[in-house]
Design a binder for this molecule. Sequence first.
Ligand code: IPM
Ligand code: MN
Length: 323
Amino acid sequence: MSKVVLINGDGIGQEVIPAARAVLTVLNLPLEFLEAEAGFGTFEKTGNALPLETLEMCESSDAVLFGATGSPMVKVEGYQSPILTLRRHFDLFANLRPALLPHQGIDMLIVRENTEGLYSRRERVEDNGQTAIAERVITARASERIVRVACEQAMQRRKKLTLVHKANVLKETCGLFRQIGWEIVKDFPELEVDEVLVDAAAMFMVENPGRFDVMVTTNLFGDILSDLAAGLTGGLGIAPSANVGAKKPAVFEPVHGSAPDIAGRGVADPRAAILSAAMMLDFLGHMTAAETIRRITYATSHTGDTTRTTYTIIQQLEQQYVR
Ligand code: IPM
Ligand code: MN
């Protein structure tokens, strides 16, 4: 029996995680679901966006399925994004973000470093508020482990890896990432490896997305390029992700946010959360179930009704899934 913590969070997280749960439930797998709270709503109620109780439930779980939480544009005293806290707390250093659109020849995986870079939280203001500085931290250790994960992923796929950086300008930070990258790939002689500057990578992704298999990059570049990849392959409604570390739990979440503009109307696309649940099933060792969910979900379109899309997927699963 695997323990799965479900965190709806805010906005459409409240709609898409229950949808994913309904899909998982029809499979009758040995999963135990526990519900926990986090997010901006929780922060307003309790003063803590990720209560200790939630964190402890996650600590004793195998996997977490996370919806989305509101992230304010301005500093709110005491508020920290729960997903960032979870990534840091469990050292979930690899963020895997697949983007698939087979009939256009797009099948790529962005492997995003998830613990440092411009997400180091080392931001400060100087000069009476006239200068703001963010420190971009790149370490050999984090670069090495993320490139290794990317190589392992590429070995399972089309054996192509692209190192994405901006070493022509960021000579120290991206320079280190690049140098470590080229060292690590030597351990994977079967891979075809190249490197592309991040700005050019954005252009190639639009112009010739089929050229990419696995792309590995630092935190913020990966954040941006994964939204671009989602945009190329049907939008955020269908973009899943996995946050994994060296040990359990791993955290699975749709790439999209809490979408307050459409929340509460029953129109959110549940497929990104359902595909994230499929990534979770892979992680928990239920590969056949995961693959069946993926096949059905990619073949189902979202017509603007969360319940209907979910029900269509469930019906297909009931017909096609054989244990
Ligand atoms: C993502 C999100 C998060 C990030 C936000 C919500 C903190 O955009 O998972 O891509 O920037 O990593
Ligand atoms: Mn993002």
